[in-house]
Structures are given as C-alpha cells and as structure tokens.
Design a binder for this molecule. Structure first.
Ligand code: THU
Length: 126
C-alpha cells in the first residue's frame, strides 16, 4: 500500500506544532481500520514534562472519538527521518503490536513494523 497520503497528512499536521522550547516540530497521522485519519502535532509546555508528542495526540484523539484499531502511523519531523520515541511506541503497542510506522523525510521515507522499533514492549500481567 502506498502511504504517501498519510505522510502528507503528517506533514500538514506539523504546521500546528507548538514547540517554542525545543523548536523541534513534529507531525503525525494515524490510519484506522475504517480508513479514518487522525492527526496530531507535538504540544510543549513550560514545565517540559507536561509536553506531549505528536503521535500520542493522534492516538488519544482517535480513541476519544471511538476508534481503537490502527493499521499505520506516519511521522514527519522535517528533512531528516526520525522514529517515534519509546513512550509513543508503547502507547501504539497497546492497540496494535504490529502497526506499520512510516517515517518520512524530504523526498525519502522508511517503513518498519512497530515490533522492530520496540522489540521488548511492556506487557501488564497481574
Ligand atoms: N516529540 C514528538 O512529538 N514525538 C516523538 O516521538 C519524540 C519527540 C516532540 C516532543 C518535544 O516537543 C520535541 O519533540 C523534542 O523532544
């Protein structure tokens, strides 16, 4: 499947990034089984720890609107390729341990399943 449309949505979402502290703007777009797309950008806070990544904004946006089955996530940070952080990978794992992650840069992209980026996720077993 060609995920260029999803990367384009992530690139568009990056325009809304609020990153006055790091200046590092991130956009992400999440595709659901129903082919809905939820987007997000990073939103920083002066307390730093209250900052939220673009990927988690997508996931929380989708879940809060009743969507929980995700097939792909695209992330766009600008010209370079970047993988989602470990915390976001863990959040994505919660809903699909095999989701495809598309990492876009200027004129290039990389695709990897979540299981390759997060080989040892945390699993809750009471
Ligand atoms: N950031 C994301 O949005 N996604 C990631 O996967 C890693 C980092 C954001 C958080 C912060 O606003 C900035 O990038 C620098 O860490």
């Amino acid at each position: 499947m060609d995920y260029k449309f999803l990367l384009d949505r992530a690139k568009e979402a990056r325009k809304q990034a609020y990153a006055p502290y790091s200046q590092f703007k991130v956009g992400a777009a999440l595709l659901t089984r129903e082919k809905e797309v939820f987007t997000g950008c990073n939103i920083e806070n002066s307390s730093y720890s209250a900052t939220i990544c673009a990927e988690r904004v997508c996931v929380f946006n989708a879940v809060s609107q009743g969507f929980k089955e995700f097939t792909a996530l695209a992330i766009y940070v600008g010209s370079k390729i970047a993988a989602p952080c470990g915390e976001c990978l863990q959040v994505l794992f919660e809903f699909n341990g095999n989701i495809l992650i598309i990492m876009g840069g200027e004129g290039k992209y990389l695709e990897k399943p979540l299981s390759q980026l997060l080989p040892c996720p945390f699993k809750f077993s009471p």
